[in-house]
Design a protein around this ligand. Structure first.
Ligand SMILES: Cc1ncc(C[n+]2csc(CCOP(=O)(O)OP(=O)(O)O)c2C)c(N)n1
Ligand code: SF4
Ligand SMILES: [Mg+2]
Length: 344
């Protein structure tokens, strides 16, 4: 008699199926689909209860992708470029949730830039992902503000404006975990996402994610071929979660081990001898150099596990605001009278 094969489960007893979402409606080969796959694996491998997660987005093909992962999580598809304010409100109301926001380069760097910069300066605990294809995919491929100077649309039109480097901007503004990866780099992106889940501050990941329909041709700097030919990696990124009882063993000369908030270890095996991801100024300089050389620099550019996050800074209570009793949320008559007195 043959026994039924056991379904593999994670440390909280769930199979990977419980982390999946609906069937994608994006184009076959779109980089955004590969990123959804990595998000599913990262949350499964980290054993996060799906109902503890809130997923948020704006508008765009990228912003549709939360429908294709973590069906059991809470979800909010906001207005174009306005996901940061919705995320801020949601986390202030319920700080025990784990937030992941998915945006596009158009959603973030054009219409949403005002909200993006204020999110970065607050160090709100959220994983903010830009699925960066250099175009507005959903509205048929116009250049976005991350498109490189001189890159070419399918129609032959040249981009005559310089790009915004969202990573340099995020570092300068105060985000505490900033990196760039490529949708096609399973290992690097997977390790960065797991470290992101362990980080308790703003994680900003710019993931180059080719749009196969509008921006994967000769002359594009966000095509699969361009990234493969011009990628420079800063480190080999690996991650040891706190629940895997593996002694962290590394050569301090060539590897940097960062202890995350939950005791996990992010290990960065340096490929560039003098790169220090705790040095903000160096990170911005290195990004500027890479840009000038036409390199697609990937890796963890900046990490700071010491800074206070927005919720701790405001001393937000643990209990969700919605379930706080009226006796706590409603000021008594004396408090109101004292306030009125001050206004007299
Ligand atoms: C207020 C508003 N302005 C413009 C649009 C049209 N629009 C929809 S998606 C989009 C850009 C999407 O680009 P991006 O964020 O890069 O996502 P992608 O589709 O490339 O993944 C625009 C301009 C809109 N939906 N709402
Ligand atoms: S249009 Fe581009 S960005 Fe949108 S789903 Fe298709 S390949 Fe992806
Ligand atoms: Mg885009």
């Amino acid at each position: 008699m043959s026994s039924t094969p056991q379904v593999k489960t994670n440390r909280i007893g769930l199979p990977v199926l419980e982390y999946k979402g609906g069937k994608t409606t994006l184009c076959a080969g779109c980089g955004h689909n590969a990123i959804s796959e990595r998000i599913i694996e990262a949350f499964y491998e980290m054993g996060v209860q799906p109902e503890r997660i809130m997923k948020l987005s704006g508008i765009g093909c990228s912003s549709k992708s939360p429908a294709y992962f973590l069906s059991r999580a809470h979800s909010f598809n906001s207005v174009h470029g306005r996901m940061p304010s919705v995320a801020t409100g949601a986390l202030l109301a319920q700080r025990n949730m784990l937030a992941i926001g998915v945006s596009g380069d158009g959603d973030t760097a054009s219409i949403g830039i005002g909200q993006f910069v204020h999110l970065m300066r607050r160090n709100l605990p959220i994983i903010y992902i830009i699925e960066d294809n250099g175009v507005y995919g959903l509205t048929k491929g116009q250049f976005s503000a991350t498109a490189d100077l001189g890159s070419k649309l399918k129609s032959g039109v040249l981009n005559d404006l310089p790009p915004i480097d969202t990573c340099a901007l995020a570092i300068q503004l105060g985000a505490t975990f900033v990196g760039r990866s490529f949708s096609g780099d399973k290992r690097q992106l997977g390790a960065m996402l797991k470290a992101a889940i362990a980080h308790k501050g703003t994680v900003m990941l710019d993931v180059v994610s080719p749009c196969v329909t509008f921006n994967d041709h000769e002359g594009s700097t966000k095509s699969y071929k361009y990234v493969k030919d011009h990628e420079e990696t800063l480190q080999e990124v690996s991650f040891v979660p706190h629940f895997e009882d593996i002694a962290v063993d590394y050569d301090p000369g060539s590897t940097l081990s960062v202890t995350m908030h939950d005791g996990s270890h992010l290990q960065l095996r340096k490929l560039e001898e003098d790169y220090d991801p705790t040095d903000k100024i160096h990170a911005i300089t290195r990004l500027t150099e890479a840009h000038d050389k036409g390199e697609v620099l990937t890796g963890v550019f900046y990490v700071n596990t010491k800074a206070l996050n927005f919720l701790d800074m405001l001393n937000v209570v643990d209990e969700p605001l919605a379930t706080l009793p009226e006796s706590v949320t409603r000021p008594g008559r004396e408090v109101l009278e004292a306030a009125m007195e001050e206004l007299r």
